[in-house]
Design a binder for this molecule. Structure first.
Ligand code: PEP
Ligand code: MG
Length: 766
């Protein structure tokens, strides 16, 4: 086998091991075999003891495992860790740093190669191979170890993080003593929530099924048997109907499937798990995924193939189980925290609105659309908690800290009390904001700043009006498109647009034409691409499908009949010809409708500036349209080349990056030179500090989620325009996004607006 395939195989096998100990054991065994060394060991750094602990070994005395440890200043292992560099020695005992660990029996071994295990810039531990001979490991061996270590680091970190959450099925009775353990993600919607976990299961997705205690074991067994029989029937039906068209070996495969489902195979094991107390879906997931792992790690290609068969059979059984259980029956407590592998806007409906207090998503990031929705409904949310073992959390108590992006599992009473205090403070701030509803957003020197809202969910309209919104700066029309099974007709669109326009009339309502692609998929119009954010999205899709575009524009125009408060906005515009073409389509729809006898007026039409190409042509665009609005969420991602949805680079997604601020200032200036209004509808406008900078840059409208509107209003009422302008010029001289962020916070505090910065949080440096 080539080194590359050895490497792949080890990584694949290790990545499916169930817990940290098995991960480490597998690593040392496989590396020892692959490198034909006498010893392979792993030392992991224990931050509480500040020592490297021998956690697994093949070749050293097993009794030493878990007991022997070294401080960072001790031994060659300590040096590898401190320098974060490999050390390769012909005879370790001659090295000045050599520290003899008697219990390990290592005195027989001379050759030594230690490589650091580094994850996200920090050293997790050291991977060591040793041999009896006196020899230096050659370059390719060293390179192999470094490559392997880099790939295994993520898996080890994940296993370490999840290790503390046990898999018992009785969460109420088996609370782990390890307290206040937290998982870190991206802070996506501010606020704190304490509640009980509900895991959102995707239809027929085994990986998303949580463990739950079986309420009635017999009932779970019966449900499982019925589902199993249904799958068996399906297989027999297919097999019979294909009987004459298949070769005998192909036909035999169906028998293999039926046998896989036998009591001796899958079924027996699943039933045993149900009897042990897990509900049927959870037992199915456990057994099927364990088998899939086993088959996946087999040498034989034929047997490896069976892994996907088993997964497929598992999915089918799950399908029947879910069908008989009806739509996911969520047993939610009064305070529920919904956790999903990949949170989508549609999932928000799984828990009744009055019981949903917090949201957590394993994937996604702060400007993912699910996060934007969460902010607009004001539910504390953490996204991108990549290490969260979410299937084990059903029914557990957690704290969601939407300020720092942490999720605490099994919190102690002390920590709960500390967070309850934060929640009390939040309520006091909310009460203060309540009083602002009817007051204007006006600076202390009399500058009036219009505050509009972004909408999409039905509930947004009432909330926006309650908070005193003066218009809609962005109605995300794709959201009503998402929660359906096919494209809505002109008539259906007309009705939903009419209700937005009517609710806000005579205030302006800016409707964006369909903006799908990127991370916004329609279930009935899938777009599969390697680089969806650089792909077919926004105006690119709708210009390729004039039938969809025209229907939408016609519906918007008809909806505005008699109200005339409609503005149409085009997303993701990159080139002049796109604007020309879209304008032609809008004119055509207008003409058609007027010919058909509708009394529709030409609406204001504007473009969004979301890609760098649009920044540099903004004056040209401004001449062609009636207004310009900046989509800073996308603009930030494209200027910084950082995916707004990827938790791995979430730390690099910096709205206050100097390059982004310069671009924003340039857009405002250039647009104003053409005498056209310029507004912003990205999330930056919803941040009190960001709003002050944007006002100083000359943005004439700030459009944001309704939930944050009162906070922004309070900030604006607390400064003079002159002060905001000096803040801006100071900030524009800074080089670093974090420095800018800190400075904004500090300024808000000086202005007496400290309540708009995040509160002091327990367990955190302030
Ligand atoms: C933006 O990109 O800033 C924007 C407002 O649009 P969306 O978040 O819907 O992509
Ligand atoms: Mg956008």
């Amino acid at each position: 086998m080539s080194m590359l395939s050895v490497l792949r195989k080890i990584v694949q096998e290790v990545s499916t091991a169930p817990d940290l100990d098995s991960v480490l054991d597998l690593i040392v065994r496989r590396i020892q075999q692959a490198m034909k060394t006498q010893v392979c060991s792993i030392f992991l750094f224990d931050p509480t003891r500040q020592r490297y602990v021998l956690r697994a070994s093949q070749g050293l005395n097993q009794e030493a495992v878990g007991k022997v440890s070294l401080s960072p200043a001790e031994g060659i292992v300590g040096q590898v860790g401190q320098r974060a560099e490999p050390i390769n020695l012909e005879d370790a005992s001659r090295h000045p740093a050599f520290h003899y660990l008697k219990a390990t029996g290592e005195e027989r071994f001379h050759a030594f190669l230690g490589v650091p295990i580094i994850h996200h810039r920090s050293v997790l531990g050291v991977l060591v191979v040793q041999q009896i001979e006196h020899r230096r490991f050659d370059e390719s061996e060293e390179a192999f170890m470094v490559t392997l270590s880099a790939q295994l680091a993520g898996i080890i970190a994940h296993a370490e993080a999840t290790g503390s959450v046990n898999s018992e099925q009785q969460p109420q009775t088996q609370v782990k003593p390890q307290r206040d353990r937290h998982f870190t993600g991206v802070a996506a919607a501010s606020g704190v929530a304490i509640g009980t976990v509900v895991v959102a299961t995707l239809a027929a997705e085994l990986e998303t099924v949580p463990d739950k205690p079986a309420k009635d074991v017999q009932q779970e067994l019966d449900a499982f048997r019925v589902a199993l029989e249904a799958v068996r029937d399906d297989i027999r039906t297919v097999s019979n109907s294909l009987a004459r068209r298949l070769r005998s070996d192909e036909q035999a495969l169906f028998d293999v499937y039926l046998r896989m489902l036998d009591d001796q195979a899958l079924a027996g094991e699943i039933e045993a798990r149900i009897k042990a107390g897990n509900w049927a879906q959870g037992a199915l997931r456990e057994v099927v995924l364990a088998q899939v792992r086993q088959f996946n790690s087999m040498e034989d290609a034929y047997l490896r193939e069976r892994a996907s068969d088993i997964r497929d059979l598992g999915r089918r059984i799950l399908g029947y189980l879910q069908e008989s259980a009806g739509p996911q029956e969520v047993e939610c407590s009064e305070e529920s925290i919904l956790i999903a592998d990949e949170l989508s806007p549609a999932m928000l409906g799984l828990v009744p609105e009055d019981k949903l207090v917090g949201l957590v998503s394993v994937s996604g990031s702060g400007t993912s659309h699910a996060a934007i929705m969460a902010r607009s409904v004001g539910i504390p949310t953490v996204m991108g908690v990549v290490d969260l073992p979410f299937t084990r959390l059903e029914g557990r108590q957690v704290i969601v800290d939407g300020y720092s992006g942490r999720v605490y599992v099994n919190p102690s009473e002390q920590l709960l009390e500390a967070f309850r205090e934060v929640m009390r403070e939040e309520r006091a701030v909310a009460a203060e904001l309540e009083g602002l509803k009817d007051l204007p957003a006006e600076t202390t020197d009399g500058y009036r700043m219009p505050l509009w809202v972004n909408t999409g969910l039905v509930a947004d309209v009432t909330r926006s009006l309650q908070r005193g919104a003066e218009g809609i700066g962005l109605y995300r029309t794709e959201i009503p498109f998402m929660i359906r099974d096919f494209f809505p007709s002109e008539q259906e669109q007309l009705q939903s647009y009419r209700s937005q326009l009517e609710a806000f009339a005579p205030r302006p309502v800016t409707m964006r034409t369909l903006d799908i692609g990127g991370d916004k998929a329609l279930p009935y119009f899938p777009i599969e691409e390697d680089n969806p954010f650089l792909g077919w999205r926004g105006i690119r899709v709708t210009l390729d499908h004039p039938e969809i575009f025209l229907v939408q524009v016609r519906a918007m125009l008809r909806a505005s009949e008699g109200l005339n408060n409609l503005r149409i906005m085009l997303p993701m515009v990159t080139s002049v010809h796109e604007v020309e073409e879209a304008m032609r389509q809008i004119d055509r729809a207008l003409q058609e409708l007027q010919d058909e006898g509708y009394k529709v007026q030409r609406p204001m039409v504007g473009v969004m500036v979301e890609v760098p190409a649009a920044v540099y042509q903004v004056r040209r665009f401004a001449r062609m349209v009636d207004f310009v609005s900046v989509g800073s969420n996308d603009l930030t991602q494209y200027i910084l080349a950082v995916d707004r949805n990827n938790p791995r680079v979430a730390g690099l997604y910096a709205a206050y990056h100097p390059a982004v601020l310069r671009a924003l200032q340039y857009i405002a200036r250039e647009t104003r030179k053409e005498g056209k209004p310029v507004s912003i509808c990205g999330e930056m406008a919803a941040d009190p500090g960001g709003a002050l900078l944007l006002m100083a840059m000359g943005y004439e409208v700030l459009s944001m989620n309704a939930n944050n509107l009162p906070r922004v209003k309070l900030a604006i009422r607390g400064v003079s325009l002159a002060r905001a302008q000096s803040l801006l010029s100071r900030v524009l001289r800074m080089d670093d996004a974090e420095e800018i962020h800190q400075y904004l916070r500090q300024t808000l505090k000086q202005l007496g607006l400290g309540q708009l910065t995040r509160p002091r949080l327990p367990n955190q440096p302030s």
